[in-house]
Design a protein around this ligand. Structure first.
Ligand code: PRP
Length: 184
């Protein structure tokens, strides 16, 4: 599927510019899927999707994988201390899959401070998966507060507020096929 990114940008007056065009995303997702398909060729991994932001990435990634795999979903909410995220998350919807002994690949849209994924990794680790790794579309290293090992990264991005391809501003813009930057 192809989109006219510039036309969509023109129709979104609150957006400043496109950071990652849709074609670049589609190409990179295919590359990541090839790497994952190669690395997990001897097993049937469980792809764990953290709602909501990562649903678009997972939908594209899963259709490019050439190996048998399962998908499952978790929904979480973050506790905030003042305006800052504390990294403590509450599970709103848990996995249906028993991941004990399984190869688990957590699929995220963005790792920012790293606090959310750090908390989730600790929690999932208590369920004794055989392996537990992360695949993130976006990595914003400048905001990092916890060192997180990222097995697969789509793009490293600058410290800007981005939307599109699953990421929202006030629940809007998740549908955009590109990653864009909001006007400030
Ligand atoms: C985003 C994203 C990650 C988290 C990353 O979720 O999907 O889960 O923030 O931030 P961190 O590295 O600073 O912890 P968000 O809370 O925006 O919810 P959403 O996915 O439902 O939009």
């Amino acid at each position: 599927m192809t989109w006219d990114d510039e036309d969509l940008l023109r129709k979104s007056p609150n957006l400043e510019r496109i950071l990652i065009p849709s074609l670049d995303i589609q190409q990179r997702v295919r590359q990541l899927a090839n790497e994952v398909s190669r690395d997990y060729a001897d097993t049937v991994p469980v792809l764990v999707n953290i709602l909501k932001g990562a649903f678009v990435f997972l939908a594209d990634l899963t259709r490019c994988l050439t190996i048998p795999h399962e998908v499952d979903f978790m929904a979480i909410s973050s506790y905030h201390g003042g305006t800052q995220t504390t990294g403590v998350v509450k599970i709103e919807k848990d996995l249906k899959t028993n991941i004990t002994g399984r190869d688990v690949l957590v699929v995220e849209d963005i790792v920012d401070t790293g606090l959310t994924i750090n908390y989730l990794l600790d929690m999932l680790q208590t369920r004794a998966p055989r392996s537990l790794r992360i695949c993130t579309l976006l990595d914003k290293p400048h905001a990092r507060r916890k060192e997180i090992p990222l097995a697969y990264t789509g793009f490293e991005i600058p410290n800007e507020f981005v939307i599109g391809y699953g990421l929202d501003y006030d629940e809007k813009y998740r549908n955009l096929p590109f990653i864009g930057v909001m006007k400030s």
